[in-house]
Design a binder for this molecule. Structure first.
Ligand code: AMP
Length: 609
């Protein structure tokens, strides 16, 4: 076992806080982490200089008259902080086929479609080929960190549910797809060399199959066949793992039947998958009977531990919006630890959790300074600092413990001082590198999985739906909402208090009208919501719960009794506090669901062909 030494050239301490590496290869990776985290500021300075050199001749940097300068102070004095909407014109031109150096000195290789939206459509993040290597570098650090805490992961396999989504092309011919789809389809993933610490039960053909059913079915099947070899079970986000468990609940009979007979169901038609599964699937009545015995009784508590008894941990992100799934995962996982290993986005991969076995509430991510140039916009207790002068952005090495910041990134692909929209809190340092708790994403009211619905979107959805009540002389006097994830898939619940204008001939709207209101609201949601509803089935039908008259007044009374000021009280547009949800639910007089799926087509962005 190699004990790590910092590979730093500065006078850094020779011993590190990372533990002993599991093997020589891991030792190199851990030394790299030490080097990066000891020399954060120097690395950031170098990264900024590299980015500015690489992009010196771009239209964007020329516009701000950087004139080849690569130092921080010139950069900070000349380049503005921007949002996606500020960059729309440039992004539109690139999407339309303008190949000149607009944002990046390197050719834009593709667009990554973010789950963040702008005007209801996915944001398109330009990226360059070299970014794939940088993402791969961050991935390569995850197992060396994990191996310090969980020994023997090279003696078995990982059951990870990984999926690609459909992709499109921009009018100029560039692919537009989610970052993970891009990664799984890349040679970095498909032609990865054998690594005993990273052996997946899922065949690559299953991961790369765009049909969600065939992909999930065969990933689950292969995980069941190899159940005793499985040492960790995971998906990218908690919602993905819960969908897989739900899938098992719905399809265990077919899966067991296939294993019993050693024949793959004809419902899986993808020839590539059929070929590889044929190699793995043999008649195995004992596994089939075991699955039946575990699933038939309808007792799903601890199912992951029972079916995959050698599982050491669940590898899923349960921070941020995913924290709502922790209790459900505890139930299905039978108390297995959950590890959040990485913090990343379509704009840039940021960093990793150096203590992945910590409790979900204690997860902090260390932003790795070689991934991009990072600045931080101060927030006070999570709220933007108000005031006249333009805010001063703080460098990665200079953030302070306890403070909240919004993350601002400058990337090799050409985003300059771009506001990511994530609010982070500094919890401590690893060497000179700050560690951040993910606090929240700005402006997100409702989220089930990757969907992010903000207050304005909910408001306009309610307005659109409420218009259907006009013939009944009925209005929505108040509303609020919650993301209900008690049942998988989760769904949006909108609480409505109605006013029927009886004096004007108003009538209580019939069930069909309220069902139509549910669908109308879904039609008004952004494309990520509708894709999850239609193509992925990862969000259930939207529900309107009509509450009795006076309920929202009671809600206000409750808030006032807990110290809210009557002058400042505003109806919360989303509720998460259990007593408030209980109060609302106790006043429900009718509940209605969307009876069909909203419209969604993969190609509906004006930037995409
Ligand atoms: P996307 O642009 O669709 O790739 O989504 C990236 C966003 O997902 C980030 O900006 C975060 O808001 C969220 N995210 C990514 N990783 C994590 C994490 N480990 N914990 C919480 N939120 C995360």
């Amino acid at each position: 076992m190699a004990v790590l030494k910092a590979a730093s050239t500065t006078a850094a301490p020779a011993t590190t806080k990372l533990g002993p590496a599991a093997c020589e290869k891991d030792a190199e990776k851990l030394a790299f982490i030490e080097e990066m985290t000891v020399n954060v500021d120097e690395v950031q300075e170098r990264v900024l200089a590299e980015i500015l050199t690489q992009n010196a001749e771009t239209e964007y940097l020329r516009r701000y008259e950087l004139r080849g300068a690569t130092d921080r102070s010139t950069f900070k004095s000349k380049i503005p902080m921007v949002t996606y909407d500020d960059l729309q014109p440039e992004i539109q031109r690139i999407a339309n086929g303008d190949r000149s150096a607009i944002l990046s000195g390197h050719p834009i290789s593709e667009f990554l479609t973010s789950s963040g939206t702008s005007a209801g459509e996915r944001k398109l993040m330009p990226t360059i080929q070299a970014e794939l290597d940088r993402r791969q570098l961050l991935y390569s650090l995850l197992m060396p960190v994990m191996n310090q805490y969980v020994p023997g992961l090279d003696k078995g396999k990982a059951l990870y549910f990984l999926f690609v989504k459909s992709e499109s092309r921009t009018p100029g011919g560039l692919p537009a797809r989610p970052v993970l789809t891009s990664y799984y389809k890349s040679d970095h993933f498909r032609s990865r060399p054998f690594d005993p610490y990273n052996v997946y039960t899922s065949p690559t053909a299953s991961i790369l199959c765009v049909d969600a059913f065939q992909s999930m079915y065969t990933q689950m099947l292969c995980g069941l066949i190899d159940r005793l070899a499985v040492l960790r079970v995971g998906a990218v986000f908690a919602s993905g793992l819960l969908r897989a468990i739900r899938f098992l609940q719905l399809h265990w009979r077919d899966l067991a039947a296939d294993i019993f007979a050693g024949v793959l169901t004809p419902k899986v038609t993808d020839p590539g998958i059929r070929e590889v599964v044929a190699e793995l699937l043999r008649p195995d009545p004992s596994i089939a009977e075991f699955i039946e015995a575990e699933c038939a009784g309808g007792d799903w508590a601890g199912i992951v531990k029972r079916i995959w008894p050698n599982t050491k941990y669940l590898d899923v992100i349960v921070t941020g919006a995913m924290a709502q799934y922790i209790p459900t995962l505890e139930y299905y996982g039978g108390g297995l630890p959950m590890t959040c290993t990485m913090y990343a986005s379509s704009e840039c991969y940021f960093g990793l959790n150096l203590r992945p076995m910590c409790k979900p509430s204690e997860v902090s991510y260390t932003i790795m300074p070689m991934m991009g140039y990072f600045e931080f916009l101060p927030h006070e207790d999570g709220f933007a600092v108000a005031g006249g002068a333009p805010p001063q952005l703080v460098d990665l090495a200079d953030v302070e413990v306890g403070k909240h910041y919004e993350l601002v990134v400058t990337t090799y692909a050409g985003l300059c001082r771009y506001r990511v929209g994530d609010i982070l809190q500094v919890t401590g340092f690893h060497n000179a590198a700050p560690e951040f708790r993910f606090v929240r994403r700005k402006n997100v009211l409702l989220s089930i999985e990757s969907d992010k619905t903000d207050e304005a979107e909910l408001q306009s959805a309610v307005e659109r739906a409420a218009a259907l009540l006009r013939p009944w002389r009925t209005t929505v006097v108040e509303y609020t909402s919650q993301a209900d994830t008690k049942v998988i898939p989760g769904h949006y619940v909108i609480y409505w208090e109605l006013l029927v204008k009886e004096g004007e001939g108003g009538q209580w709207p019939p069930a069909e009208t309220l069902q139509a209101c549910c669908l109308e609201m879904e039609e008004a949601m952004n494309t990520v919501y509708r894709q999850s509803r239609v193509a992925d089935g990862s969000i259930g039908p939207l529900e309107i719960r009509v509450v009795g008259g006076g309920t929202f007044e009671e809600l206000m009374d409750y808030a006032l009794s807990r110290g809210a000021s009557i002058n400042q009280y505003k109806v919360p547009r989303c509720v998460t506090f259990p007593p408030i949800i209980d109060l609302l639910d106790s006043r429900v007089v009718e509940a209605h669901f969307s009876q069909s799926c909203p419209n969604w087509a993969p190609i509906n962005n004006k930037l995409i062909n």
